[in-house]
Each structure stands twice: as C-alpha cells, then as structure tokens.
Design a protein around this ligand. Structure first.
Ligand SMILES: Nc1ncnc2c1ncn2[C@@H]1O[C@H](COP(=O)(O)OP(=O)(O)O)[C@@H](O)[C@H]1O
Ligand SMILES: [Mg+2]
Length: 217
C-alpha cells in the first residue's frame, strides 16, 4: 500500500501552495481516482508522488517504509496525459526498451499480451498504432519496468467511447496486482471500474462519498 501523509508543495514560482496537506492511501487492488478541474493541481500531485517534484512537507510510505524521491521514481510508473506524444522509440520494441534496456523478446511479448497487444509486432512503428493501442503501449512500458504503483494522468482524454471502454477495462485488470491512481476531470467515466476517489480543489484533497453520487447530474 502507498500511504501519503500531509504533502505540501509550494514552489517558489507559485503565489499559492499547489498542494496543501494532501493525504491519501492506495492499497494494491483498490484503484482510486482524484477528480478536479483544470489547474486544481492533479498533474502536480502525480509528479510529487512519483518523485519528479520534491514536496516541501509530508511523507510517502510504501508498505510502511518511508521512501525518498529516487526510490519513488523506481516504484512508480507515471503515464503522462497523451503519452503517445512522448513516444521516443522508432518501433514498439524500442519503446518497451525505454522501460528496461535489457529486455528479452519473450518478456516484451508477454507484456504486450498482458495489455492486449499480443498481435502487434515489436517492429511496428508506434505512430502506426491506433489511439487505443498507443495508450496500451504506454502502459506496457510501465509494466516492463514492473512499476508497483501506476499513476495515470487523464487516461481517457482524447479517446472515443469504444476505445475508452477498452482502456478502462485494462486499467481494472492492471489494478488487481498494483496500486493505481487516476487523475481526471471526468470522474463519471470511471464508474464501475474505480470505486474510491477524492476531489482536489485549490490544492486541498477531500474524499468523495461514492463516485456515483458525485457524478450524478
Ligand atoms: N513549479 C511550479 N511553479 C509554479 N506554478 C506551478 C508549478 N507547478 C504547478 N504549478 C501551478 O499549479 C497549478 C496546478 O497545475 P496542474 O497540476 O497542472 O493542474 P491540473 O493537472 O489539475 O490541470 C497551476 O496553476 C500551475 O500553474
Ligand atoms: Mg493536468
């Protein structure tokens, strides 16, 4: 379980703190989400959790052990919003190797299978994949790294609804063996897949009662 206690983040370049006393728990097998409007601090929260930004106060523990930023970079897999824009590999195989340099073809294929890309060749160019396949590939890179905590920034953004359903199903599957946190401005889309959540407003995180209640019109 990832246990986040009292995070505060106030970069010198911001007039107000971006995160104020943020606490949350992410047990393995219980995916959760953070909902909030644009500018509420969702992306920043993920950056602090995964060790890309340094909090001014607070602690982050994995199974009871406090972790520094370096350890969190290993533990956490951050999937950016529109991850396909950040692909660097010329082929699917190369992209996966960004997760782990010495990656055997067997492992690469097993991971592709796990995300439903079993039919895709390692030689395929990432930009030739469909939108949904590209999102799966971005997740596969984190699986190759064996990230125990998956952090997903707006994973449904820009997907049409059939593809969205596929990606949601995959997230539900991956969450069984990992801690998983989604940040999103559209929490209602996750109904049935993610049952726990918080709302982030001006850097303050508050639990949502039930997702269905929050998302009803
Ligand atoms: N290093 C920083 N310096 C100044 N402002 C920052 C910094 N990091 C985040 N912010 C501000 O924090 C707010 C939240 O941004 P962000 O986390 O991107 O929100 P969201 O992902 O919810 O849209 C924004 O107003 C952003 O400008
Ligand atoms: Mg954002």
């Amino acid at each position: 379980m990832l246990d986040v206690i009292g995070l505060r983040y106030h970069p010198a370049t911001a007039a107000e703190p971006v995160l104020r006393d943020v606490s949350l728990q992410l047990p393995v097998g219980e995916p959760a989400l953070v909902a909030g409007r644009s500018g509420s601090g969702k992306t920043t929260l993920l950056e602090v959790l995964c060790g890309l930004a340094d909090a001014d106060a607070g602690r982050i523990l994995w199974n009871g052990q406090q972790l520094g930023t370096r350890q969190r970079r290993w533990l956490c897999g951050l999937v950016f919003q529109f991850p396909e824009r950040h692909f660097l590999g010329l082929t699917v195989g190369q992209e996966l190797k960004l997760g782990q340099r010495r990656l055997s073809a067997e492992k690469a294929e097993a991971v592709l299978e796990q995300v439903g890309l079993g039919a895709v060749s390692l030689q395929q160019a990432p930009e030739r994949l469909s939108g949904g396949q590209q999102r799966r590939l971005a997740l596969a890179v984190q699986l190759v790294r064996d990230a125990r905590v998956l952090l997903l920034d707006e994973p449904t953004a820009g997907l049409d609804w059939t593809v969205r359903e596929e990606v949601l199903q995959l997230l539900g599957q991956l969450a069984r063996e990992r801690a998983l946190l989604v940040v999103t401005h559209e929490p209602e889309l996750f109904r049935g897949v993610i049952e726990r959540g918080w709302r982030l407003e001006q850097g303050v995180l508050r639990p949502m009662q039930t997702l269905s209640r929050v998302s009803s019109p």
